[in-house]
Design a protein around this ligand. Structure first.
Ligand code: S3P
Length: 165
C-alpha cells in the first residue's frame, strides 16, 4: 500500500507522514530529503546553483523512482511536485491513495512567515506580499491538489489528529 501526501508548503506533509507511517508500521519517505540525498545538496542550494527548471526536472525523475521503488510506504511530496508535467497522472497511477492536506491561506501565511528564509520560492517576499502570493499560488495549484482521492482540512488540528483522519 502506497499512500501519498500532497499539499502546499507548510501544510504539514512531512510531520503528518512520519506519524502516519509509524501508525501503520510502514516506511516513510520524504521527497525533499530524497532529492537532497541524491543531489548531495540542500533544496535552497539546488535552486541557487542550478535554478528552478533544473530542480523541477530532477524532481520529476526522482518522483518516478521513489513511487516505483516503494511497495508499502507513506510518501510526502514537495509542495510543487504534483503541479509539473504529468506528475499528478503518475502519482494517481502508482499510489493507492492520495491525500491533500489542505490549509487555509491565513494559516499558511502565519506558518510560512516564520520560516521564509530557507524556502527559495518565498524568501524574497515581504510579510505583506506573502499572503497575496500564497493566495494566487494556491489558486493555481488547487487544480492539481484537488485531484487527490481525499482532502483533509488541517487548520487547528494536531499532527496526530490529521494522521488519524
Ligand atoms: C516547493 C516546496 C518545497 C520544496 C521546494 C519547492 C514548492 O517542499 O520542494 O522548495 O514548489 O512548493 P515542501 O512543500 O516540503 O516545503
Amino acid at each position: 500500500m502506497v499512500i501519498v501526501l500532497i499539499g502546499y508548503m507548510g501544510s504539514g506533509k512531512s510531520a503528518v507522514g512520519k506519524v502516519l507511517a509509524e501508525n501503520l508500521s510502514c516506511t516513510f519517505a520524504d521527497m525533499d530529503d530524497y532529492i537532497e540525498e541524491k543531489e548531495q545538496k540542500t533544496i535552497p542550494e539546488i535552486f541557487r546553483d542550478k535554478g528552478e527548471i533544473y530542480f523541477r526536472k530532477v524532481e520529476s525523475r526522482y518522483l518516478q523512482e521513489i513511487l516505483s521503488g516503494e511497495k508499502g510506504a507513506v510518501i510526502s511530496l514537495g509542495g510543487g511536485t504534483p503541479c509539473y508535467g504529468d506528475n499528478m497522472d503518475r502519482i494517481k497511477e502508482l499510489a493507492d491513495k492520495v491525500f491533500y492536506l489542505k490549509a487555509s491561506v491565513g494559516e499558511l501565511t502565519a506558518r510560512l512567515g516564520k520560516e521564509k528564509d530557507h524556502r527559495p520560492l518565498i524568501k524574497h517576499l515581504s510579510d505583506d506580499e506573502l499572503e497575496e502570493f500564497i493566495r494566487k499560488h494556491l489558486f493555481e495549484r488547487n487544480f492539481y491538489y484537488l485531484r487527490a482521492d481525499s482532502t483533509v482540512n488541517v487548520d487547528g488540528k494536531t499532527i496526530e489528529d490529521i494522521a488519524g483522519e
